[in-house]
Design a protein around this ligand. Structure first.
Ligand SMILES: *Cc1c(COP(=O)(O)O)cnc(C)c1O
Length: 402
């Protein structure tokens, strides 16, 4: 008889097949066991017909990839350990020494830092373009330009670009486009089909999504995805993903799988509460500007209306305010600290509302003409009752700015 120590490792019991439950199972592995050496030599992970190593996929990660493709209208998906890793995977795969990448001036900050701090040292140059001016993008595309990043709405300042026109400019010059689709989350608009009904479809070549935000929805998972509709482009990105050893843990993948069914409901709730609060902030004299794409005087509102009116949910749970310049930084910091329900912290997409004051001057190439002078504070609206959040904003304004 085999010793129990051995028996516990090589146990003969196999549960009956056919278990079925609302949530998929969690498969965890570094090692994947092959039935034979021949199978080991044959099995293929690149086309997802089999399993070879945990890093290259398990039933859990394949299942999440397929659902995310459905969400965004893509055909292939890669999972990465963060949204930023997804951005980096795209850059490292598509850019070589001598190439140039163009990034919108209002892009997610770490995307710009990646270009400045890493890509530059490998001889890859970058330029920032004005996302509200397609002519500026057109003028900056050079023979060295290999990749153009798009983002709608822009991080922190939430300008909404004319995505269709930006994509057309890039397509006319044969340059690949990668859209940071975290804000839209696959719900506000379709990243690969920006003008529904047109044939061929007009859309980005690559959609990057920080699943850390709405798909996770809990503020407790870091993950990113890279979605495409072109097999050759996907394979290029996938080989970089494999060579860099990037992958995600099964428990994290399961957490996202568990949250996806409520994604549309949560997005809509965040959206509605955010619009209520943004409109209320417009009535307050402390703010010289409120930034939210659904507000008629917010930069790019017309582009937002054209693209996002018909989606399941039309805007994410973010808005920013610019405080009147009569308030000093210490007063604005005190306002943020005074908030009780809005916590001071980065990221968004979870149930808890968050606030961050930003030093906009340090983040942009110049102070944008469409923004009032003053200090910017961004709110990420969670799932609390909107009236409670409004009361919280009112008390903090009252206590610190009067
Ligand atoms: C948060 C965020 C990312 C990065 O996601 P992480 O998982 O935090 O690395 C990328 N783009 C946008 C627009 C984001 O908001």
């Amino acid at each position: 008889m085999t010793d129990p120590a051995t028996a516990l490792i090589h146990h003969p019991y196999t549960p009956p097949a056919g278990f079925c439950a609302p949530q998929p199972g969690v498969f965890k592995a570094s090692t994947v066991i092959f039935p034979s050496v021949a199978a080991m030599r044959h099995f293929e992970w690149k086309d997802k017909t089999a399993y070879t190593y945990g890093l290259h996929g398990t039933p859990t990660t394949y299942m999440l990839e397929e659902r995310l493709c459905t969400l965004e209208g893509g055909l292939q998906c890669l999972l990465l350990p963060s949204g930023l890793a997804a951005i980096a995977n795209v850059a490292l795969s598509l850019l070589r020494s001598g190439d140039e990448v163009l990034i919108p001036d209002n892009a997610y900050g770490p995307n710009k830092v990646l270009a400045e701090g890493e890509l530059k040292s490998w001889g890859i140059s970058h330029r920032f373009y004005d996302p509200l001016n397609p002519l500026d993008l057109a003028a900056k595309i050079s023979p060295q330009t290999r990749l153009v990043w798009l983002e709608a709405a822009g991080s922190v300042t939430l300008e909404f670009p004319d995505l269709c026109e930006l994509v057309r400019v890039c397509q006319a010059r044969g340059v690949l486009t990668a859209l940071d689709n975290t804000w839209g989350a696959g719900l506000a608009f379709a990243p690969f089909d920006l003008t529904p009904g047109s044939n061929p479809a007009l859309g980005a070549d690559i959609s990057v999504h920080a699943l850390t935000k709405y798909p996770s929805g809990g503020g407790d998972v870091l993950m990113g995805s890279v979605i495409t509709r072109d097999a050759a482009l996907h394979m290029k990105l996938k080989l970089t993903h494999m060579r860099l050893g990037l992958g995600v843990g099964a428990n994290d993948a399961e957490a996202v799988l568990r949250s996806l069914p409520s994604l549309a409901l949560r997005y809509r709730a965040h959206d509605q509460a955010t619009r209520e609060l943004a409109r209320w902030c417009q009535t307050r004299s402390e703010f010289s500007q409120v930034l939210h794409p659904a507000l008629p005087d917010s930069p790019g509102h017309g582009h937002w209306r054209a693209l996002c009116q018909s989606g399941l949910g039309a805007a994410a749970g973010l808005f920013s305010v610019i405080f009147h310049p009569r308030y000093g930084q210490h007063q604005i910091d005190a306002f943020c600290d005074r908030l009780k329900l809005f916590k001071v912290g980065y990221s968004w997409g979870g149930p808890m509302s968050l606030v961050v004051p930003y030093d906009l001057a340090a983040m942009r190439s110049g102070w944008p003409a469409h923004l009032q002078p003053g200090t910017l504070v961004r709110f990420a609206v969670g799932l609390e009752t909107p009236a409670d959040l409004q009361t919280d904003l009112a008390q903090a304004l009252q206590e610190t700015l009067t």
